[in-house]
Design a protein. Structure first.
Length: 222
């Protein structure tokens, strides 16, 4: 079975699906921006129990790789990589903005904008859906102030939490109410090959908030 989860946003979302057809057997989603570390493991256990599946029946893990705030994002990525090492199974990452784009039923090009905090958004542009439901990413992912990319996103349907927070600034022609990536879409997309997979490494687009120490400082007066 294919286990999928994403912690790149305020939602902790988990799904279990058939690794070939992508049919979802069980899923769980909880929105709580401050408790990713507390919620993910119990959610995985809940989904496995609901589907009557043991961890030894897992054949692959798919995890949302962001972009997203690093604290929540690393919970999912570390969990996925640890489970993969312990179980000896493949772990793949998927850009979380790609998941949101695939969730949309709009038959036209779309923009995805999620909340990057600090009054910024993570964003990307996508082509209209192909016959199999996949979407080609045309630009991004990137992180910017909404006003700085309004001219790029203006006139496009904008999907994601960023559209809810900054829709007026972005000049969105239409706002799709999809706010968070879905693990069900992640699972089915990876199983059917309609989502592009990458290494399970974090797409954290900002420079780290901490820097390496420059060594001890002298306390002697100059």
């Amino acid at each position: 079975m294919l286990l999928a989860f994403d912690t790149s946003s305020a939602a902790v979302t988990v799904a279990l699906a058939d690794p070939v057809s992508g049919a979802v057997a069980a899923s769980s989603t909880t929105v709580d921006a401050l408790r990713h570390g507390e919620l993910l493991a119990p959610a995985i256990a809940e989904v496995l129990a609901a589907a009557g599946c043991g961890v030894k029946e897992l054949s692959r893990i798919a995890v949302g790789a962001g972009p997203g705030p690093f604290t929540g994002l690393r919970v999912g990525l570390v969990t996925a990589r640890t489970m993969g090492d312990v179980l000896g199974i493949e772990v793949v990452g998927v850009c979380s903005l790609d998941i949101l784009a695939k969730q949309s039923n709009l038959a036209l090009p779309v923009a995805v904008a999620t909340d990057a905090r600090r009054k910024e958004i993570y964003w990307a542009l996508y082509d209209g859906p192909a016959a199999d439901g996949s979407r080609r990413r045309l630009e991004g992912p990137a992180v910017d102030k909404p006003a700085d990319v309004a001219h790029v996103l203006a006139g496009l349907p904008v999907i994601g939490r960023g559209a809810v927070l900054y829709g007026e600034v972005l000049g969105a022609e239409a706002v799709d109410v999809l706010e968070y990536p879905s693990a069900e879409v992640l699972a089915s997309g990876v199983a059917t090959g309609t989502l592009q997979v990458t290494a399970p490494d974090p797409l954290y687009l900002r420079r780290p908030d901490v820097t390496m120490s420059g060594g001890p400082k002298s306390v002697l007066p100059k």
